[in-house]
Write a protein that binds this ligand. Sequence first.
Ligand SMILES: NC(=O)c1ccc[n+]([C@@H]2O[C@H](COP(=O)([O-])OP(=O)(O)OC[C@H]3O[C@@H](n4cnc5c(N)ncnc54)[C@H](O)[C@@H]3O)[C@@H](O)[C@H]2O)c1
Length: 358
Amino acid sequence: MKFKYDFLKNIVSQIFMKTGLTQEDANRASEVLLRSNFTGVDSHGLSRLENYVYKLRTGKINVHPNLRQINDDEKLIKLDGDNGLGLVVAPRALDICIDAAKKHGISCVTVNNSNHFGVGNYYGGKIAENDLIGIVITNAAPSMAPFGGIEKLLGTNPIVISIPTGKSAPIILDMATSAVAYGAIEQFALMNRELEPNWAMDLEGNMTLDPKVVTSGNGMLMPMARHKGYGLALVVDILCLALAGAKAGKDIVSIRGRGDDIEHEGVGHMMLAIDISRFGSKEEFKGKVDSYVEFIKNSEKKAGVEEIFTPGEIEYNRLNTNMEDGIDLKENVYSYLEKITREYDILTEGQSLKDFAQ
Ligand SMILES: NC(=O)c1ccc[n+]([C@@H]2O[C@H](COP(=O)([O-])OP(=O)(O)OC[C@H]3O[C@@H](n4cnc5c(N)ncnc54)[C@H](O)[C@@H]3O)[C@@H](O)[C@H]2O)c1
């Protein structure tokens, strides 16, 4: 059962509007959320809607954030996210970053007082579409220990680096600094699947293959590439703390938290954009990137490998296919959408989501 993008966008926007978001913010939040599912990153898409709705409904996240600049500079812009939904505040900050980079050649925008911003490839993709090079980072609630430690102090703090191309898929390196994103562990737990080695460890630091050790709070993620992933997670946290003025490390409240005493997450983001045309002709830049990509893709492959991909290419291909065909919804996502659309009278009496499947 496949669902088309426009149908889901409409439903999800209406859900967000019922929680109090303006139409513009609701549209933007649903765009970011669906970008995740449509690029195949299911861990950061619709499966998180319930949590966002809970937090908006209970006032844990500000439905009408006043995103405001708190320094005085046109290209190095420090924003206060006013505890808004990350899917609203971060895309708005991104627009500011893109506009400033086009005007000044380069810009860096930070946001504090924000919440989980969703899938990184949304941000990298938008920057590349605008013929800019981008670096986007965010910190997240702790789920990883420092290398050699056993205290959960660091988030999966992703890094996105994007580069515009001509005819090839845009380069969008979008990666958690943990071995895998936390959402992937949740997906494995749901499917009762074993983890791969070196993805997770228990609270004593022993590697575990059981995802439920992590999701039950009795374990944590391991960094990607051992000390190197730890180093990357650490610098992201420091930049969000010291430059953006956000919370960091243990002070960040988990997005999954529930209950009256839950404070807001308070994560920070940093976005940097560089206008390629300030370094020479755009066409020449893109031509060079395209030839480079061709050279990489046409290089000799290992036995059994059919194609070499560039960073972001797999997600880009999926996006193109899914925009044509629509996407399947996981059972838990489908049943939540059925429930919430009924509760909010988005579907009329007797209607079911199934009626809108392809
Ligand atoms: N908002 C947050 O707080 C937060 C935190 C952590 C992760 N995330 C998101 O989680 C998502 C998943 O992160 P991840 O690290 O598990 O991603 P991943 O390991 O699936 O992919 C990482 C990068 O590797 C590339 N890649 C994957 N397979 C490839 C292949 N075979 N050949 C060449 N390149 C390949 C991808 O295109 C991507 O750029 C990301 O979108 C990230 O932004 C968000």
